[in-house]
Design a protein around this ligand. Structure first.
Ligand code: NAP
Ligand code: MG
Length: 405
């Protein structure tokens, strides 16, 4: 079989622990034998981030800006324990946070649906995508532990020297806590734009929710910016595509979402998206069936798995045990990135390969071959034994070979 040529460089960001092990396996069996591809490799493993003073993370983000598409393995976010474990010079920031701050943008998460795994919510038949604003709010907060009686104020000091704006938050007569959060119109606009683009690209409805009845200024700003984006650029396009946009209270979406059959993009503010995407992942069976893509307002894409480095499995692997960790979300990260590369390059054979890779993975599970995390939740439970990660990847490879013949 001759290899399929991928026209433009794809940026590869390697990572840590069990996902790094799976990354190597799947690249060898499912990618490199089929594609003639130039990968620009960045090693974001903990040791190399420490060695390069985290420069490698910055370089990888700029490479994604240059080429347009990257695929990222899960990485350790340093903390006190990791400093000891890896003898780190510094508690390096989360690579995802660094990359997001360079690319800006919105994180979209979608579950991988397989026929033998019923979502916790029976009505769901189509994927529910979540778009999470990846900037500001409580993730860029300032907090004060209030020691005792006193007045807490919200103050804005204009740069032009005009009078400050002040509001009393609370008159404390005993200890408590306060928090300041912010967002910017520019970031909210690019969040809105990314959500409309994604919904239009996927041909799914867009639902947007906040708590504007309570947060009459802050959340209302989000609502107004989304409405302006819709009225200004999308109303006609959406109508032609037969999809709708609507805004409603988050409480209302939570109630409605349980009764729909899915197939929409739910745009969420940062915190809502954090929590709701975890809820969605567990309702869909396994963290290993949740994909994630960061879409920048300039049209750059970074694909990854939603889960972490699967640390517990890695320690078993280090002891020489065979693990049954699930590589599905990593395979879909590669599939998504290769597909997008093909779309951007105008190479339909590359797009077709990516689709077959993802289809082969799903049909392997539907044929009863799966890793331990899924064995526990599928119905009917397969008669086949649970396979190791390597056996699972090989089974996908064999299905893919048949599909490509
Ligand atoms: P995790 O790696 O997502 O794993 C949590 C648990 O979920 C695992 O112990 C495992 O359960 C199950 N699981 C997750 N992915 C799986 C897979 N592919 N196959 C089978 N089971 C899977 O989260 P964590 O253990 O809390 O975090 C580990 C490290 O990952 C941390 O250092 C964290 O900083 C990092 N992290 C990175 C990212 C990222 O790069 N995007 C995201 C989150 C966390 P069982 O052990 O019960 O089998
Ligand atoms: Mg979360």
């Amino acid at each position: 079989m001759s290899k399929i040529k991928v026209k433009t460089t794809l940026v590869e960001l390697d990572g840590d622990e069990m996902t790094r092990v799976m990354w190597e396996m799947l690249k060898k069996r499912l990618i490199l034998p089929y594609l003639d591809i130039n990968l620009e490799y960045y090693d974001l493993g903990m040791a190399n981030r420490d060695k390069t003073e985290d420069k490698v993370t910055y370089e990888s983000a700029y490479a994604i800006k240059k080429y347009g598409v990257g695929v990222k393995c899960a990485t350790i976010t340093a903390n006190k324990e990791r400093i000891i474990e890896y003898k780190l010079k510094h508690e390096w920031p989360s690579p995802n946070a660094t990359i997001r701050s360079i690319l800006d943008g919105t994180v979209f998460r979608s579950p991988i649906l397989v026929k033998n795994l019923q979502p916790g919510v029976k009505a769901w038949k189509k994927p529910i995508h979540i778009g999470r604003h990846a900037y500001g709010d409580v993730y860029k907060n300032q907090e004060i532990a209030v020691p005792g009686a006193g007045k807490a104020e919200l103050v804005f000091t204009p740069a032009d020297g005009s009078a400050p704006i002040r509001k009393t938050i609370h008159e404390f007569n005993a200890p408590g806590v306060i928090q300041g959060i912010h967002n910017t119109d520019a970031s909210i606009k690019s969040f809105a734009k990314a959500c409309f683009e994604y919904a239009y690209d996927q041909k799914v409805a867009l639902w947007f929710s906040t708590k504007d009845t309570i947060s009459k200024t802050y959340d209302n700003r989000f609502k107004d910016i989304f409405q302006a984006e819709y009225d200004g650029f999308w109303r006609e396009k959406f109508k032609k595509a037969g999809i709708e946009y609507f805004y409603t209270l988050i409480d209302d979406v939570v109630a409605r979402i349980m009764k729909t059959d899915g197939g929409m993009l739910w745009a969420c503010k940062n915190y809502d998206g954090d929590v709701m995407s975890d809820m969605l992942a567990s309702a869909c069976g396994s963290l290993a069936l949740m994909t994630s893509v960061l879409v920048s307002p300039e049209g750059h894409f970074e694909y990854e798995a939603a889960h972490g480095t699967v640390q517990r499995h890695y320690y078993k692997y280090l002891k020489g045990e065979k693990t049954s960790s699930n590589p599905m979300a990593l395979i879909f990260a590669w599939g998504g990135a290769i597909r997008k590369r093909g779309e951007m390059d105008g190479t339909p054979d590359v797009v077709a390969f990516a689709d077959k890779l993802m289809k082969a993975s799903v049909s392997t599970i539907e044929n009863g071959i799966m890793t331990g995390d899924l064995i526990r939740v599928v119905d009917p439970s397969p008669s086949d034994r649970q396979v190791t990660t390597e056996e699972f990847i090989d089974a996908i490879g064999m299905t893919l070979d048949r599909m490509l013949k």
